[in-house]
Design a protein around this ligand. Structure first.
Ligand code: FAD
Length: 388
């Protein structure tokens, strides 16, 4: 009969296709060799290793679920599996890939002109050009409809003014997808970051997602041609569609962070001895390990279910919300439990747990907070809108 694998308690492996296992193993090796050795140090120094961009590109994981223009066109489930492996390394690494592929590239792929797609997508898929996605502002977070950034028509050009905040990859970017208010509603613009009047500044003092570049974008009379406007993007529906793509990656990504914490706790508990035996031999520790394993397995099965449904027939926005809410919560619970199992070591960057635990505070905030997803699901259940 089948024996339970402590590292894969619900045998997720058995439900993956050969193609999914192959890309998983490739990315797992990459994370072991290129991320894990120095991620603690990077976290402490608050630096991101941007040299991994082209390596991620070579593995075909940037915009991997998009078709054409140098993108691999793989399944949503494969993309999810990759997100889990990247986030096993660090949420910052997964965030880099999410923003590049699901936000910036997705915006160009879904709403761009042929010229824009040909110009940007192949080098972005290769990791040679980096993109960011500027929606959030100092006074507009959960409610992007209250954004203040404007784009004003001037002859054949557009002139952009405003400030974006909390923008992942901002200072690394060659192109910024900037959402701005026009006389005709919200529109998206591909701003070449070398354009006069565009400036990005690093945001410091973060105690979460430290090994990730987070930036402010300043647009001050930034003039772009009409060919920089995303022609098919009209209204907030466009950026929200991109966010739904990226959120799907988070449903899987969080299972990777959770698995890293659970494994760290399992390893620690079976080797650390107190009172003459491994702490794994105490009932209270076992209960924690069991809860982590059960919750991890459940989160993985939910991610797999939503991945398969997405590949079959697409997901409702609220189905994505269910996954993000449930797995974000589960991952942070697992991280906190693991932190306890490690005792004092649980607060040290020598182990992955505190890093994941603090990272997950960002992950449950961005791409829609827990509260917003709760109310989005609530609205779908009841027909009553409690958000606005
Ligand atoms: P607010 O909207 O001010 O919310 C504050 C609190 O009020 C939250 O608890 C919220 O849930 C609650 N709240 C708000 N409205 C309601 C309501 N109707 N009912 C109940 N509760 C409510 N943005 C980008 O555009 N691009 C990026 O690349 C990006 N990267 C990020 C990276 C990091 C590390 C972080 C932390 C954020 C990033 N963001 C990015 C921004 C992120 O999407 C926002 O932080 C998020 O949307 C929440 O907005 P806010 O922080 O302004 O909080």
């Amino acid at each position: 009969g089948h024996e339970l694998d402590p590292r894969d308690p619900v045998d997720l492996d058995a439900s993956l296709t050969d193609e999914e296992r192959e890309i998983r193993d490739t990315v797992r090796r990459f994370v072991a060799e290129r991320v894990l050795p120095d991620i603690g140090e990077r976290y402490e120094q608050a630096t991101f290793d941007s040299s991994i961009a082209t390596e991620l590109g070579s593995m075909g994981v940037l915009g991997m679920h998009l078709d054409g223009y140098g993108c691999p066109g793989m399944s949503a489930t494969s993309y999810g599996v990759v997100c889990a492996e990247l986030e096993y390394g660090d949420s910052g690494v997964r965030s880099f890939a999410s923003v590049q592929g699901s936000l910036a590239m997705k915006a160009i792929h879904a709403f761009g002109s042929e010229d824009q797609k040909h110009q940007w997508l192949p080098p972005m898929a290769a990791g040679e050009k980096i993109g960011c996605f500027g929606l959030t502002e100092p006074d507009a977070g959960s409610n992007p409809a209250q954004m203040r950034t404007t784009a004003r028509r001037d002859g054949d050009d557009w002139v952009l003014d405003g400030t974006k905040m909390w923008i992942t990859n901002g200072c690394l970017s060659d192109v910024a997808v900037v959402w701005a208010r026009t006389d005709d509603g919200i529109r998206g613009f591909l701003v070449d970051t070398a354009t006069e009047g565009f400036e990005s500044r690093p945001m410091t003092h973060k105690l979460s997602l430290r090994a990730s570049v987070t930036s402010e974008l300043h647009l001050d009379g930034c003039r772009v041609p009409d060919s920089a406007r995303l022609p098919e993007a009209a209204g907030l529906r466009a950026p929200l569609a991109c966010l739904a793509e990226a959120r799907f990656g988070i449903i899987w990504g969080t299972t990777g962070a959770a698995r890293a914490c659970y494994e760290a706790a399992l390893d620690y508990a079976t080797t650390r001895e107190q009172f003459g035996k491994p702490i794994a031999g105490f009932q209270l520790t076992q209960r924690k390990l069991v809860e982590m394993a059960v919750d991890l397995g459940r989160a993985q099965l939910l991610a797999l279910h939503l991945g398969r449904r997405k590949d079959e027939r697409g997901l409702a926005a609220e189905e994505v919300s269910i996954g993000k809410l449930a797995n974000g919560r589960t991952a942070i619970e697992i991280a906190r439990t693991a932190r306890g199992v490690l005792g004092a070591s649980g607060i040290s960057l020598e182990y992955p747990v505190i890093r994941h635990m603090t990272n997950l505070e960002s992950v449950i905030t961005y791409e829609g907070t827990e509260e917003i997803h709760t109310l989005a699901i609530g609205r779908a259940l009841t027909g009553e809108n409690a958000i606005t």
